[in-house]
Design a protein around this ligand. Structure first.
Ligand code: S3P
Length: 174
């Protein structure tokens, strides 16, 4: 690959541990780490729940797609995406282009129940607001899992792993 590109991009459901595991992998490999959600919050100058409340999901997805496209061609570390990002067609295209050039898109597959509980415990996730958060998470999982599975070129199951063990599994694949 020419230019700067992420060493690996991590995708997966809310609560799968993308940030936690991604940070660990970066540390082990002595690479920089970037989390799309944190970068978005920095860019828009407010939290993601506030941004959703003020501007809505479509505006958030536009900011998110833009940031991801930019980062895919100008960052050479470990890059974790927000859970819903790979559902946006522009992000799917950008990830396909990145993989065509040898990039790795890693689907971090956590145990659904564990990820769901972690996502709901963590809070600050507007996609789970407004009703039964477990049911909402599960519905998103059913929609997203087939897309993530088809999209990623690396699949890592983390069921029963500590974040360190999961990070080692990811490391072995990159
Ligand atoms: C979202 C996941 C969040 C964040 C936003 C929307 C989603 O990221 O981008 O709240 O649609 O699943 P995490 O997966 O890091 O929680």
């Amino acid at each position: 690959m020419s230019g700067r590109h992420p060493v690996a991009v991590i995708i997966g459901m809310m609560g799968a541990g993308k940030t936690r595991v991604g940070r660990e992998v970066a540390q082990m490999l002595r690479l920089p780490f970037l989390d799309a959600d944190i970068e978005i919050e920095r860019e828009v100058g407010m939290s993601i729940p506030d941004y959703f409340a003020q501007y809505g999901e479509p505006a958030f997805r536009r900011v998110e797609s833009e940031l991801i496209a930019r980062t895919l061609s100008d960052f050479d570390g470990i890059f974790a995406l927000g859970g819903g990002a790979p559902m946006t067609p522009a992000v799917q295209d950008a990830l396909a282009g990145y993989m065509d050039e040898g990039g790795r898109v890693i689907y971090l597959q956590a145990d659904p129940k564990e990820a769901m509980e972690r996502a709901n415990r963590g809070g600050g996730r507007p996609m789970l607001d407004g009703g039964d958060a477990n049911a909402r998470w599960m519905r998103l999982y059913e929609q997203r899992d087939p897309v993530f599975t088809a999209l990623a070129n690396v699949h890592v199951r983390t069921h029963g792993s500590t974040p360190q063990m999961a990070a080692r599994k990811v490391m072995n694949m990159i």
